[in-house]
Every structure is written in structure tokens, then in C-alpha cells.
Write a protein that binds this ligand. Sequence first.
Ligand code: GLY
Length: 372
Amino acid sequence: MTEAVDTVHVDLGARAYDVRIGRGLLGRAGAEISPLLKRKRVTVVTDETVGALHLSALREGLGDIAMTSLALPAGEGTKGWPEFSRTVEWLLAEKVERRDVVVALGGGVIGDLVGFAAAVLRRGVRFVQVPTSLLAQVDSSVGGKTGINSVHGKNLVGAFHQPSLVLADIDVLGTLPKRDFLAGYGEVVKYGLLGDAAFFEWLEKHGYALAGGDLAARQQAVQHSVMMKARIVERDETEEGERALLNLGHTFCHALESATGYSSRLLHGEGVAIGCALAFEVSQRLGLCSQEAPSRVRAHLKAMGMKCDLSDIPGDLPDADALIGLMGQDKKVVDGRLRFILARSIGEAFVADNVDTGVVRAVLTESLMNRR
Ligand code: GLY
């Protein structure tokens, strides 16, 4: 039986592409990718964990398309210069030409690194994203942000390079550990919070079923999230304005990730969820949104069994001033002023440049005190 596949078209003129969302896409990767190929071969870069789970299904799905693959170590530590240069050199050794297609099979780390490798290889080759985590399906595989981390911070080296196709296979989400799935769900909630109150309400009703494995609900949530992201990216591909809304919760998240050493103490999506809760708290303290809004955000995250407070992060954290200091390396710093994404209500976020850092300090301090 052929399952229904949703298509979200990302309309970027010469760089336009489709995001295909549905079940069984790995199994028919050959038919999906073939129209892009000038010769019947692809190079696939994955990580060891994802490769063990899904590489053979992809190989089978590619049919008569020849495939070679490289599996990098799993984890955020891979997203730096050593594995990046190893990947570029491997692609060159595989004699990937300008007209060839590179495939990124994995989560956000693989998608970002391989996309950047494709951006610089022979001054740019096309690539296909096959995202295998919920976070990658709803966010990082779409929109063309690619890159690696530097000792100076996350994602500080990179390029905008749009994929030629994204294949989001809903079935592969079934192999994610619950914690990883819920971390990705933090990015799904973000879309409701930043621009679609009705979607947030839908998540309040269906989130539990979705996390429990309801495939139709998963497909609908991924499709809606991707559609929202596509519309924003179409209007602001290189983040001159509106695209910054996608960073709701991220200024807090990046500081918390840095404070926890990018370790398993805090996954990126968990930091986003906590960051969204804190952003709503700051918004309420500034009189921008009702008192009910942050409570509702927190209530949903709690009901889903997600982290929503600093007290949910195991181990010690630095004080509020140190956390604010860690926000200083964030790419959203403009002329030395901290920029936050705040909200007027659920579904109505905006970019705020002149935030009183005293309020941010108070919210963080209070949240840290709750730990004792
Ligand atoms: N993840 C935020 C963006 O793609 O703009």
C-alpha cells in the first residue's frame, strides 16, 4: 500500500526545492532522487548510529543507483573542522563532480556538516537532506543553513546552501530514543508559539498521541512545521529580518548549551523548550503578554514530560550574569546589544532589540534560585 506523501515546496526561485514528508520514503529514495541525477551514483554521509539503523534501507531504496558511504562518529563533537575536512577529502577521493549529488543521512549534526561540505566542494555541489531526527525534519534540514562549530561557539562557520530535495521519512522517527524525540518536539512547539496559536492548541490536544507513536499525527506535525518554516524562509532566506523568529528560545538555549559544555546534560531541543518558557516569562514581566501565556507554555511542556525550567537541568549552572555573558557570543548580537525573540501572545512572536537585561537577569536568577 502506498502511503500518502505530503510535499511542501520551498519557493526560492532558482534554488527552489521540495520537502517530501511521509512514510516509506527511504524505501523509494531511488525514484525520489533519480530526477536530480546526471549519472546513477550518489555519495552518502551519515553517522555510525544512524548508519547502523538506516543505511541498508537507503541502499535498497536507491535501487540501481550506485552508492558509496562514509559514517562519521555520532554526536555534536563531530561538527567541527577535523570531521569536516575528513568529509570533504573523502568526497574528493570519491571523485564527486560538480554535477553529482551528495546525500546527508542523519540528524542536525550530519545535515549541517554535509550541507557545508557540499557548499564548498568544487565551489558548490547539490545535496539531498534525508533527516532522521524530529529536530532535523522540522527545522535544520530545511532552509539552507549549513555549517560547523568553532572553539568560539556553535555554528560560527558556515554558508547558506539550500538542499535540492529533502526526504523526511516519518517511519524513521520510530527508532528515536524518547528523549531525542521529545527534544525535537521542542522545535515543533516553537512553531506554534512563534506564529500559529491554532497549531499550539492542536499540539496541546494531540502532542501526547504524537509522542506515543501516532504516525498520522507525527506526519501532520512535521508537515505543518515545515510549511511554516518554508513560508518564513521564502520571505527572508538569509535572515535579514523575519527569519530570526525561528530563533525563539535560542538565545537562552545557546547560553545553557555552552554552560553545560554541549554535553548530554542538555540536548539542543531541550534547551529550546526551556528557552521558549523563559522568553515567555520575560515577555510577561515586561508587560508584553498576559500572565496566562507563560503558564500555558510551561503546562504543555510539563504535560509532555519535557524540561521547561533551569531546575530540570542536572548539575550546577553558572549565575545569571555569567549566563548573560554566554549569550554575548550568540550570532544575534547586533552592535553589542542582546537581541531576544519575545512574544505578545502565544502565536505572536517578534524581534526585540532593546530588552532590559535587568529583567532577563531577574528571570534567570529566580529560576536558578528555584533549584535550591
Ligand atoms: N534554525 C533556524 C533557522 O533555520 O533559521
